[in-house]
Design a protein around this ligand. Structure first.
Ligand SMILES: Nc1ncnc2c1ncn2[C@@H]1O[C@H](COP(=O)(O)OP(=O)(O)OP(=O)(O)O)[C@@H](O)[C@H]1O
Ligand SMILES: [Mg+2]
Length: 344
């Protein structure tokens, strides 16, 4: 049944994007000066998980590069590369300038200098999950590099802007901001129909079943594609030529649990410690959580950083929080609870 597994992978960037015309053209307008050898506008993409932020950013940069030869680009996931050094290293890698850089001994300033010295072409960089960048002052340094254009992606505007100092705040406040909402069922249906057409055998799934999947995905395209992938694999394994409603029913919890597992694996070691402390406690207040966290890890981060981590986990539905900033209580969200959680 699966003829092209690649189009069912979460990293796949389609050649055509559905229902994000406004966002794509807004971003491409911001990048337009690059076609004339000038830097583009800094852009921010905000929105919930699975709303198409990463997809739109990569797609638009790909399109730009099809229209000009003079622009270099790089994608950096700042959740994986959360330190100043690691993000800078990835940026240097994008222009092939990591020679002689040693992970242990090269001072971070040398990396920044090298990016500043680069003037062969315009450089557009996507900094994804940028709210997880430890040292946000890096954004200020990058902002000041004349031939560098930034596309910054985060879930919530507040979680990115709150920790910024005034200087950076005022610079960045004039940037382009794009807010992505959750998809409607008919929009997810259209996105899924494309994947079905590109990836599965003819007549492998009826429209009615595609709608069932879209409905179960609660506005999240990643979830929708995940359910389709799980269902197709399951049908294949069972020797069926069609994805039935029954297969979909079984695939929904499986796909959600797989996604949840992936999200847990993506947590950094400090975030995993916090996640485990919360899971073991069942429910815990912020103060006790911070104390236990400090006892568990060597060189703990500040309370503010801990809150930033927690809001990321909340965003991915791994934990739930109640109460206001200082007096918050955290609970782990079980798999069963997650699958019935309301879209946010
Ligand atoms: N409008 C769209 N058209 C086609 N495919 C889409 C569209 N939006 C999202 N997708 C697909 O859905 C999946 C999730 O999208 P994406 O990774 O862009 O979400 P995101 O907003 O970056 O979420 P997160 O905050 O979790 O990173 C990807 O596989 C992407 O290719
Ligand atoms: Mg993303």
């Amino acid at each position: 049944m699966i003829e092209n597994a690649r189009v069912l992978q979460p990293e796949f960037i389609p050649g055509e994007i559905k229902h994000r015309d406004a966002e794509t053209s807004h971003l491409s307008d911001a990048l337009n000066p690059l076609l004339h050898g000038e830097a583009g506008e800094t852009s921010f993409l905000f929105g919930p998980s699975g709303a198409g932020k990463t997809c739109v950013a990569k797609f638009t940069v790909n399109q730009l590069q099809e229209n000009t030869v003079d622009v270099e680009s790089q994608y950096v996931n700042c959740w994986e590369n959360y330190s100043r050094f690691r993000t800078l290293y990835q940026l240097l890698d994008g222009i092939g300038k990591t020679i002689d850089i040693h992970r242990q001994s090269t001072p971070t300033d040398v990396l920044l200098e090298r990016i500043r010295d680069y003037d062969d072409s315009q450089y557009v960089v996507i900094l994804d999950e940028v709210d997880q960048l430890e040292d946000k002052s890096l954004l200020y340094d990058l902002y000041r590099i004349p031939n560098l254009t930034m596309i910054l992606i985060a879930n919530r505007e507040e979680s990115l802007f709150a920790p910024l100092d005034d200087r950076l705040h005022s610079r960045l406040s004039s940037s382009e901001r794009l807010h992505f909402g959750q998809y409607r069922v008919d929009e997810l249906t259209a996105i899924l129909a494309d994947r079905v057409q590109w990836g599965l055998a003819t007549n492998a799934v009826e429209r009615r079943q595609i709608e069932l999947i879209a409905d179960a995905a609660a506005g999240d395209a990643r979830k929708a594609i995940g359910i389709l992938r799980t269902a197709a694999k399951k049908a294949d394994r069972e020797g069926l030529t069609e994805i039935t409603a029954e297969i979909i029913d079984e695939s929904v919890p499986e796909a959600k649990s797989e996604l949840r597992q992936k999200n847990i694996e993506n947590l950094t070691s400090h975030q995993q410690s916090l996640f485990e402390i919360i899971a073991n406690a069942g429910e815990i207040n912020g103060k006790t959580l911070y104390e236990r966290y400090c006892e568990t890890v060597s060189s703990p981060k500040t309370k503010r950083t801990m809150r930033n981590y927690l809001s990321k986990m909340e965003h991915y539905n791994l934990i739930a929080a109640t109460g206001k900033t200082q007096g918050k209580t955290y609970k782990s969200v079980g798999e069963a609870a997650e699958s019935t959680a309301k879209p946010r």
